[in-house]
Write a protein that binds this ligand. Structure first.
Ligand SMILES: [Fe+2]
Length: 247
C-alpha cells in the first residue's frame, strides 16, 4: 500500500481510505468468524481474503483516478492479477488459493453464482458481509463530513441532484439488489447501498447494521418523498422479521 502514497492530498486521502477500510474489514471478518465459531485455520483463511480483497483498489485509483469499476476496470479482477503476478499466496495449497481467489473475485459481484461449492460460497459470503459492514460505516460517516469536505471518489463522481431512479424504488420493494452499472446519480448510489440489506448473509452482520442505524442514516440522506418513506417502512419490516427469526 505504501508504494502508492502520494504528496497530492486528493490521492493520499483515497489511498488511506482504502488502506483503513482494508484493516477494518480484516477486523470485521475475524469478529464475524469468531461469532460463527470458526476454527483458527478458517479464521486465517477469512482474514487473508479480507486483507487482499481490495488490493486492486490502489492501482485502480492511481491509474484511473476513480473507484468506479464501470469507468475503469473491475478492481477484484485487477487485484487477482496483482496477487498472482507477485506470487503472494505461493506458500498455500492449491485448494486454499482457489478459495481465496474466488472469494475475492466474487466479493463485488451483484450476486453470488449458484453453481459454486459450499466451502467457497461460505468464505465469499463472509467477505461480502464484512465488506458491507465497513462500506456502510464509511458512507454514513461521509454524509456528516460531505458539506465541509466533499470527496467525489466516494460518490463514484455521479451527479448530485434531487432526482433518483424510480425503477430502484421498485427493486427495493421487491427485495432486489441494485446493480452499480445502472446508477445515474448520487441518490441512486444511496439506494443501491440500501438494497444491500437483501444481500446480508449472517445474522450478526444484520444485527450490527441495525444497531448502528446505518439504513436510517442513508434514508435521511435521500429526499423526503412518499416513495422514500415507503421503502423505509418496507426495509424496516424486512429487517425486523429477520432479526426476530434470527436468520
Ligand atoms: Fe472491493
Amino acid at each position: 500500500m505504501s508504494n502508492f502514497y502520494s504528496e497530492k492530498p486528493e490521492i493520499m486521502e483515497n489511498i488511506k481510505l482504502k488502506e483503513e477500510h482494508t484493516l477494518r474489514v480484516c477486523k470485521n471478518i475475524v469478529h464475524l468468524g469468531k461469532l460463527l465459531n470458526l476454527s483458527k485455520n478458517k479464521l486465517y483463511m477469512a482474514e487473508t481474503i479480507a486483507l487482499f480483497h481490495d488490493i486492486g483498489r490502489f492501482e485502480q485509483f492511481i491509474k484511473y483516478n476513480t473507484f468506479n469499476d464501470n469507468k475503469s476496470e473491475n478492481h477484484a479482477v485487477l487485484g487477482l492479477k496483482i496477487l498472482k503476478k507477485n506470487r503472494v499466496l505461493s506458500c498455500l495449497t492449491n485448494k486454499e488459493k482457489e478459495i481465496i481467489y474466488k472469494s475475492i473475485m466474487y466479493h463485488n459481484m451483484p450476486e453470488l453464482p449458484d453453481n459454486e461449492d459450499s466451502g467457497c460460497l461460505f468464505y465469499s459470503k463472509l467477505i461480502r458481509d464484512a465488506d458491507k459492514m465497513d462500506i456502510l460505516y464509511v458512507v454514513t460517516d461521509y454524509y456528516k463530513k460531505r458539506k465541509i469536505h466533499p470527496n467525489p471518489a466516494l460518490e463514484f463522481e455521479l451527479p448530485d441532484t434531487n432526482e433518483y431512479s424510480s425503477c430502484f424504488i421498485k427493486d427495493i420493494l421487491n427485495q432486489r439488489i441494485i446493480k452499480s452499472h445502472e446508477l445515474k446519480g448520487y441518490n441512486d448510489m444511496k439506494l443501491m447501498q440500501l438494497s444491500w440489506v437483501f444481500d446480508i448473509n449472517f445474522f450478526p452482520t444484520l444485527n450490527y447494521i441495525h444497531q448502528n442505524h446505518y439504513l436510517d442514516k442513508i434514508i435521511k440522506a435521500l429526499p423526503d418523498t412518499e416513495e422514500i418513506r415507503t421503502i423505509q417502512k418496507s426495509i424496516k419490516n424486512y429487517v425486523e422479521k429477520r432479526l426476530i427469526s434470527k436468520i
